[in-house]
Structures are given as C-alpha cells and as structure tokens.
Design a protein around this ligand. Structure first.
Ligand code: FAD
Ligand code: NAP
Length: 521
C-alpha cells in the first residue's frame, strides 16, 4: 500500500486551508463498523477527521502494510507473467524503486491532483500564490488584501472564513452556483456546532447511540428524488434554496441575480456554505463574475481591463475533474490516461460499474468515476466497493486466475445504461461540475447512475459472467489449479475445527446459513 502523502488521512491530511470542514455530519462520515461516539462537532473540522482515520489505521493495523511518501509513477501490466510492474518514487529523496503486484487497486482519490489555473502571467505574480489543497499555513491573511478564485465547495469555505480576517477579499466566481442550506435539512452555522457533554454522555448508551445514528443517517438515503429532472422534490429544493439565499443576502439583495443559476439544484455538487453569502455581502468583499484575463506581478486583471492588486491569491480551482489518472497505467498496448482523456479513445472515464476497465486486467478502482450514488454516504459506499474488490481477490487467489478484466460488451452495456439514466436526471443539465468533467452538459461520470440503495444492491454479488479470464494452469483445464489434489488444507490438519458451521441453534440466521466464505469445513 503506497501513499504519496507522509501520513494516513488522504483528503483530510492534505487539506488544511482555513475553515476546512466536513459538510456531512460527523456521526455519518465515519466507518459504519467503527463509530466514534465523542465527535466534538456536529460537522467535523478536517483535523478531527484526519485524526479519526489515523486512529482507525492504528486499530486495524494498516501501518503494517503502508508505505508513506511513496508516489506511484508508473504501472505496467506484464501479460506473460500476469503481474503489475510498479515504479514508486520516494517524494523526499526522489529515489525510485520497482515493485510487483498481482493486482492493482487505484484508490487515489478524486480531488488530490489539484491544479493551478493556467492564466497568462501566473508565473510573474510576486505575492503569495496557493491552491486551496496546497495551503501555506505560514501566511496569515489578517489585514491583507486577498483574492479567492473559484466558488466550488473549497472556495466557498475559504471565502466564508478568510473574509473575516482580510482587509479586502476579491472573490472570482465565473459561474453562478446554488448555496444549499444543508444536505439533509440539518442546521448549519459557520462556527463550531459542538456536542454538549450531556449529548456525548447519552451516546455512551449503545441503544441510544444506535437510534441516534440510524435517524441521522437515514436522511442521507432519502434524497434521490431531488436528482430527477422536473421532480417535485427538485422543484421544492429550488424554491427553498432561493428563499434561503434571498434571506442570507439581505444586506445586498441585488447580488441574488448574480448567484441563482439557470441549471437545477444538484446539477453540480451541492454546497451548503454556511457564512458564505453573509461574507460576500460584506463591504470588504468584491464578488466578481467578470472573467479573468491574466495575472500581473501584483494581482489579477479581468477582461474589462480592471486590475486588482492583492497580497495573496488562493486558487480554489479544484482538481483533475476529468478523473484521468495522474500517472501511467499501461496494459495491452494502452495507457489508461489516453483511454479516458477528453481527446482520447473514449473521451471520458469509461469503465465497468465504477470498479474495473476492459483490457486492464487485475485492476480495480475505489471511489473513482461512477463510484457512488448521489444519495447515501461516502463511507458506506467505499466499504461496499472494497467488499466487492475483496470478492474479486478471493476468486483470483482461490481459483488460480491469472487475469480478470470486465468484457467490453458488459462495459458498453453499463455505459449505455448510464447515459440513458443520466438523461433523466438534472446531472445532464448545463452546469460545470466534476460530475461531467467540467464540461457543461457533458457526459456524466462522477456518480453512479442510480441511487445509493440501487448501487449497493447491484454490487452485492459480482456478475462473474461479465468478466473475461485467463487461468494460471497452462494445461488447458481451468480446474487443475483450483481443485488441486482433492483435499482441503484444513482437513489435513488433525487439530483444525471442521465443524465451524455448528453453533447454538438460537444463533443461527437461516438467511445467511452456509453463506460465509470464512466458515468452511
Ligand atoms: C476539501 C475537501 C472536503 C471534502 N469534504 C467532503 C464532505 O464534506 N463530505 C464528503 O462526503 N466528501 C467530502 N470530500 C470528498 C472526499 O475526498 C471523500 O469523501 C473521501 O476523502 C475520499 O477518500 P479517498 O480515499 O477515495 O480519497 P483521498 O482521501 O483523496 O485519498 C487518496 C489517497 O491516494 C493518494 N495518492 C494519490 N495519487 C497517488 C499516487 N500516484 N501514488 C501514491 N498515492 C497516491 C493520496 O495521497 C491520498 O492519500 C471532500 C474533499 C475535499 C478535497
Ligand atoms: N466539506 C466540503 O464542503 C467540501 C469542501 C471542499 C471540497 N469538497 C469536495 O471536493 C470537491 C471539489 O471541490 P473544489 O471546490 O476543490 O473544486 P470544484 O468543485 O471543482 O470547484 C472548482 C471551482 O474553481 C473554478 N475554476 C476552475 N478553474 C478556474 C479557472 N481557470 N478560472 C476561474 N475559476 C476556475 C470552478 O469554476 P466553474 O464552476 O466555472 O468551472 C469552480 O468554481 C467538491 O465538489 C466536494 O465534493 C467538499
């Protein structure tokens, strides 16, 4: 397990900009199987989430397997040997090492290949220039003139938090966006929303805590109707958001016209943005919709010729929304970057069920394109994706499979289904979003084509008939390696428990009788 960061935590280790915080409740954004009862805040700051995932890594012994500060730079499939050859670069020393793997799982995140915009003159700017995901904690914006480019989730959080410190803030928002009150009707504020000691004490009772979690999390499975074009739920959302936005811009009501988009809510990822609308209506903020022409040594010039000088420019301009991997993944004469890139073979991240790619054997993806439903929760979805991959890995190792990859036909059928489904959803409307690779009206690939409940059901049992296989046995019989000599290893050990399936009758659940892969004689 290689991670280019120097510690565990992914997103929550990498993003340390002021105000970085989860917009999903803390008790929902956690492993379903290992909850933390004492979250301090209803919507955790990034550092608390980082600490939680690091504690989980310690609890489940992840550090035994993980190599940090190692960037995967190249992955090449050797079809003769049936292995991936990987090149890792030590990000501190620059040294490279080669390693092999039978299976490659890309769990590289969607938002960490951050990029600065490519405006002319950006190299000439002499002030502090940072991307939100590459924050300079030594810079104190207090009393400074700053610019924030971008009104995605990061830009919105930054503006709300930095406005209070800066003497002036220029906020460049080239497109309009919906500001949601919250994802599922939960109350939001800019500042902390701390749990009281009484609440935390009540959570110590397992039944009380379980009931609390179930009620809170249930709401996140119920929002799917809001994604369907013309649905009453989506219209209701529009009405409520406009009303909320109108109230929150009361100090400068005229700004509303420049905020409310033409596209429906949910076309682009919702951004609750507590404190954002209040911030942009403050006197020290310029909300700028005019396009940027260039950077200068001292600031930014817009296409209307106005030059605004600032001490720092923060680019909350997102990452590689095309979801093309930031490193080479090569197999069967193809590089996944070419297959997926907008001017490449498919022009978008074509894949099978968000999990695998034809012609790229023994390769899996977690939380990549088409990964998760628009409803549900990221942790639940990731756990289910990993469970699916675990089934693939068990099949590979039990059955002597040299290579497994989804067929082009099954993948094409999935893609056709996805296109047809997305046409019925607001995701296909004209907005710029990481759901559509930043191309308004472009092919949607950011989400699963269906609800979170739907994807959970579909991924529960892999459809093995959708895959192409090669076996390790070179004797032409697929069963030789798998069946071996007709004995199981367990029965050759006289001390082993051959009857693990026998248990107290009252503990038997007939629904799962003899289903467990781990419970074999
Ligand atoms: C600022 C921010 C706030 C967010 N807030 C929310 C939220 O409120 N709610 C929500 O549901 N989601 C939120 N997200 C989305 C969030 O990314 C996911 O919920 C979740 O963290 C995804 O986990 P992951 O493991 O897939 O990816 P990540 O957390 O991004 O982890 C990917 C890991 O892969 C490593 N990696 C990447 N490339 C390489 C390489 N070439 N070699 C080696 N290692 C590599 C990275 O270093 C990183 O450690 C947020 C994202 C950002 C950026
Ligand atoms: N907890 C949270 O609330 C939270 C916080 C941060 C991130 N996240 C997650 O991370 C995802 C990514 O968020 P993000 O804000 O980093 O990225 P993002 O949603 O992709 O937003 C990027 C923003 O930068 C703008 N932009 C990009 N290039 C630009 C350019 N050259 N000039 C001017 N503007 C430019 C985009 O404008 P256009 O819209 O015009 O393209 C957009 O407003 C979110 O959708 C969310 O899933 C969540």
């Amino acid at each position: 397990m290689a991670s280019l960061t120097h510690a565990q935590g992914g997103t929550w280790f990498e993003n340390v900009y002021p105000g970085v915080r989860c917009d999903i409740p803390s008790h929902v954004y956690q492993a379903t199987f290992s909850p933390k009862k004492d979250w301090t805040d209803q919507f955790s700051p990034g550092a608390e989430i980082r600490d939680y995932w690091q504690s989980q890594a310690r609890k489940y012994d992840v550090y035994k397997y993980a190599k940090f500060g190692q960037k995967v730079e190249d992955a090449a499939w050797d079809s003769a040997e049936g292995v991936w050859n990987l090149v890792l670069r030590n990000v501190s020393t620059g040294e490279t090492t080669a390693t092999k793997a039978d299976y490659l799982l890309a769990s590289v995140g969607r938002f960490n290949a951050w990029k600065l915009p490519d405006y002319p003159g950006i190299q000439d700017y002499k002030g502090v220039l940072r991307h939100a995901s590459h924050w300079d904690s030594s810079f104190d914006p207090t009393g400074k003139k700053v610019a924030v480019i971008g009104n995605g989730a990061s830009g919105i959080q930054l503006v709300a938090n930095v406005q209070k410190l800066a003497s002036r803030l220029d906020h460049y928002a080239r497109n309009k966006t919906w500001i949601a009150s919250s994802w599922a009707g939960d109350e939001r504020t800019l500042g902390p929303q701390l749990y009281t000691e009484e609440q935390k004490k009540a959570f110590e009772d397992p039944q009380t805590y379980l009931a609390f979690r179930k009620e809170l999390e249930n709401k996140y499975w119920r929002r799917f109707g809001t994604f369907l074009k013309g649905s009453p739920e989506n219209q209701e959302l529009r009405k409520n958001f406009i009303e909320t936005m109108r109230k929150r811009v009361a100090k400068k009501p005229e700004i509303l016209e420049d905020l409310v988009p033409d596209f429906s809510p949910n076309c682009r990822r919702l951004t609750p943005g507590p404190g954002y609308l209040e911030a942009i209506t403050e006197d020290n903020v310029d909300y700028i919709r005019t396009a940027i022409k260039r950077f200068t040594e001292t600031g930014i010039e817009t296409v209307d010729g106005v030059q605004r000088d600032v001490d720092a420019i923060f680019c909350a301009t997102g990452a590689n929304v095309d979801m093309v991997p930031a490193f080479a993944i090569r197999a069967n004469g193809k590089d996944l970057r070419d297959v997926w890139s907008q001017d490449g073979e498919h022009g978008y991240p074509y894949n099978y069920l968000g999990l695998a790619v034809p012609d790229f054997p023994n390769f899996g993806i977690v939380q990549g394109p088409f990964a998760a439903g628009p409803s549900g929760t990221v942790p639940h979805s990731v756990e289910n994706q990993i469970t699916y991959i675990a089934k693939v890995l068990r099949k590979i190792s039990n059955e002597g499979i040299k290579s497994i990859a989804p067929s082009a036909k099954a993948t094409g059928d999935f893609q056709d289904y996805a296109d047809a489904f997305f046409n019925t959803s607001v995701l296909s409307e004209s907005c710029s979003s990481w759901y559509n690779g930043g191309r308004p009206g472009g092919r949607v690939h950011g989400l699963w084509p269906g609800s979170a409940g739907h994807v959970t059901a579909i991924r529960r049992e892999p459809r093995w008939e959708d895959y192409d296989y090669e076996y390790l046995s070179d004797m032409g019989n697929r069963f030789l390696w798998y069946f071996g000599n007709g004995w199981t290893r367990k029965e050759s050990d006289p001390t082993s428990d051959m009857t693990t399936y026998l248990t107290l009758p009252e503990e038997v659940d007939l629904k799962s009788l003899h289903e467990g892969w781990w419970n074999l004689p």
